[in-house]
Design a protein around this ligand. Sequence first.
Ligand code: SAH
Length: 350
Amino acid sequence: MTDLKSMMPEELEVYFKELGQPRFRAMQVFRWLHQGVESFSEMTNLPHALRERLETECVLTVPRVERKQVSKLDGTIKYLWRLGDGNCVETVLMRYKHGNTVCVSSQVGCNMGCVFCASTLGGKVRDLTPAEILDQVIFTEKDSGETVSNIVMMGIGEPLDNFDHVLRFLSLINHPDGMNIGMRHISLSTCGLVKKIDKLAQLGLQLTLSVSLHAPDDETRSQLMPVNRAVGVDLLMDTCRRYFETTGRRISYEYAMVEAVNDSDEQADRLAELLRGQPGHVNLIPLNEVAESPLKPSRRVRQFQQRLESRGVTATVRRKLGGDIDASCGQLRRRRILEGETHTPEEGLT
Ligand code: SAH
């Protein structure tokens, strides 16, 4: 089955040419797909016979709302989507003064094993296709009636572990005849896969790279993030420096603050030392508690921020949105799995 929604217009042109169709079909179909049609029969400017042919030869991904939670505090909406094969992923719509941001997932589950994260508890089930990543934005707009102006790839999964599909998603969402979201309105967060960061740097995209640092030393970071055992903080920081030199884009470092693990004054000092001489920004995230983990949120977030600032590092504290609906990703899918379902492939993974 051909996945037309994962194709760029040039590829659709080739596809329709092979079907003996005029060139403009490609753009007609591209536009329909990016508007979130739910069947080929909705593509009313296509000949009937062609619509029927697409129906039999192509897959049209349509995520179904499995669960939707709306925060009473700030209007944050969290979707749990059920995909065509029964797997579920999460998307969060956040409302800011400067516009709506959507946080998308890139994989079903995750293999990175960070100990504080709900998304990785059952491992990775599979990568999402470019269309399935794109659908999260299209169908969030469609369901909520809101326009999305910013994207953060901070949902379930490690985007750089699904490199090709994520890159294609970025080209699709950036396309002027599609959602037309500019690269400067997109952030991509990684746990620090250095080879992939180098590969991304070569593309020179204007997106914002966020690196999940979470600790300034190998001992603490390896304890929180198994990925660090293979890479190490020094190599990661060298790679980040190179990324900045190549792209001119400053990196945002995420730092989830965990009580008595990474929140001491000494660690703030080490972090400041680590970032010296490179333009970066630290985003402090108060830890979201995950039921399966003994880790607790730090109560020293402000002190830690001030200590960084006094050493010349710009640091902000991430505002918590959707506090009443578990808005951090991974938790809704996780709960769904734990509740037990009769027909999902995730069953048995936990
Ligand atoms: N795989 C990507 C995206 C993960 S989610 C990455 O590792 O960056 C986006 C951010 O949320 C990451 O910085 C991640 O480490 C952080 N995060 C995950 N679980 C968290 C939790 N329970 N509390 C606070 N931050 C968390």
